[in-house]
Design a protein around this ligand. Sequence first.
Ligand code: FAD
Length: 465
Amino acid sequence: GDFPIETDTIVIGAGPGGYVAAIRAAQLGQKVTIVERGTLGGVCLNVGCIPSKALIAAGHRYESATHSSDIGINAENVTVDFSKVQEWKAGVVKKLTGGVEGLLKGNKVNIVRGEAYFVDANTLRVMDENSAQTYTFNNAIIATGSRPIELPAFKYSKRVLDSTGALALKEIPESIVVIGGGYIGTELGGAYASFGTKVTILEGADEILNGFEKQMSSLVKRNLKKKGAEIVTKALAKGVQESGDSVKVTYEVKGEEKTVEADYVFVMVGRRPNTDELGLEQVGIELTDRGIVKVDKQCRTNIGNIYAIGDIVPGPPLAHKASYEGKIAAEAIAGHPAEIDYLAIPAVVFSDPELASVGYTEAQAKEEGIEVIAAKFPFAANGRALALNQTDGFMKLVTRKEDGLVIGAQIAGPSASDMIAELGLAIETGMTAEDLAMTIHAHPTLGEITMEAAEVAIGSPIHIV
Ligand code: FAD
């Protein structure tokens, strides 16, 4: 018989949004059930952030082994055992997903395997292969994430791959075509380029990594080209012809039709929210025309006891944003006055060099009529960057002119992904450029770049004139 199981809060989806929400709700005294149809950890841990960073790291190791003769390191016969790379990557993922399971259990969250479907605003059906179970709840947090968009002319197959397929290749391909020069296409295309794959990126817009300032994306472009990649912008991908072991991609650029052949084509043109097979219409949850769930500042949908977080709600589709919203939703359910504020959410691309941004860019500030000082400091003027032989890049610190308040920062350079954290903290805590400049940073470190950019902002830099 199917007797309903009662729970306080039910979370649907165990990605970085859902599992964090579940843990925080349990910490706040709720009886929590989490439903997952796939693997704990969601896209991020299984087929997103983590495996992609592992692949990128392996590519960098190979590259630095083979490209260090300028600092006197000559390595011969460096080889890649790609199945070993894949095995190591899988091990990293397994460790983390196992960790998530341990954390959920440690917080007494009830883990349920299966596909969830709303019956009404207090009832969920969960189905797996051979059974179905009804759950009743007081509050629900929907965290079902997103999936790759499929282009009609590029149906996924053995040689037409989405990001999951691209991460799972068994051998290093000789050549690939990447459709889409966003961050996923640039990261994965770049990873394979590091291993020696001939990469062609087809991007529809004027530039790859369109959301970033041109001065930043052009550094990435230059390094991709150094790795032998070809980048075609304003390119319209039209179709693909598959033969046994290769693909021929047709695209149009400046009104001219062209073709490029490769072992595989990666289609990385964006993701769509998993909101279409959940029964949301049964409950009357409002979506935008693109299937995004409308939420308020506490991640609450138009139905008072149902919340939504992560890739299915507005804002940048990033793991740390999903987790942040998960905590807010759980706290809101517990009656705390928590509210989302996206200003200090960083965005990072694990390209070469890394790009990172938090808060306002100079252009965004100007659009809003905020008078700013945009202070730049180059990696080339930093001792640590020189000693690392990684001098490409810069930091740009955006401060409000009237009072020096830090409102944004952009970094292109090695370790930008880690350096951006300090700037997020500065924004979150209301620091001024002077505060950053007065903070003693260890020498020699890349962190000193932050201190020096702040000194530029207040007009007294030591290491540039
Ligand atoms: P997801 O992680 O998508 O998890 C949703 C979960 O819900 C899934 O496990 C799914 O199985 C489950 N689910 C869906 N429907 C149901 C249902 N009806 N019943 C039960 N379960 C269901 N972000 C970063 O911040 N940094 C990065 O470096 C980064 N790299 C990425 C690289 C790649 C290749 C990709 C594809 C993405 C990357 N992202 C990165 C984005 C990041 O993975 C997502 O933003 C993040 O996973 C979103 O979290 P989420 O909790 O909203 O959803």
